[in-house]
Design a protein around this ligand. Sequence first.
Ligand SMILES: [Zn+2]
Length: 228
Amino acid sequence: MRPIEKGAAPRQYTDYRQAAGDLEARLGKYCSYCERRLPIGLAVEHKAPKEFHEDRELDWDNFLLSCSNCNSVKLLKDIPDQDTLWPDRHNTLLAITYAKGGFAEVATSLRGRLRQRARSLVDLVGLDRHQATGFPKPALRDARWRQREEAWSTAEFCRERYESLNQTDEALRFVLDVARGLGFLSVWLSVFAEYPPVKLRLIRVFPGTPGSCFDSRGDPVARTALGV
Ligand SMILES: [Zn+2]
């Protein structure tokens, strides 16, 4: 899951829906959880549900952007901050791994409490739902796994093009354009794992991705003392 940085609240709101444009300007039109790009239809999502936390209904720090699938799985789940991870607070790239076929799973390197918190984040929006055997089944209209699978295939195609075009700047721009149009930064960083210059540019092309979450090779580094 892409780590994001919203920055300070741009203004005061009298209705939380007013924040949608500001969030999209800061973060791009990507779901904060599943990372797909939605030109329209992203909702302002409350990390702590407004139904239980009236005082946080208009709180910028409580906002993310969410697609309808992530939203409908999350619903009214109310998880204390210390029991989960959040893309605007932690480097969630270190908590979840992505694989060919559209799979998203808790990183096997995580242990103990941190593993539980990563699990909680995955369960919060059902990020690991997949048609394959052994995974929680997605709802009929939940195509997140399929879109992630397609993004992986597209990224692989782009990597082949990038190689066959001798890794020129023009080839790189092609990769960046396609990536920006699809979303799923986590998938692109995984497919281009062996190409640090591409990763560094990908990170910059997705608005609101904090550069401080990456080292000089474009690999994720911890954002907090927790190790993520
Ligand atoms: Zn989503």
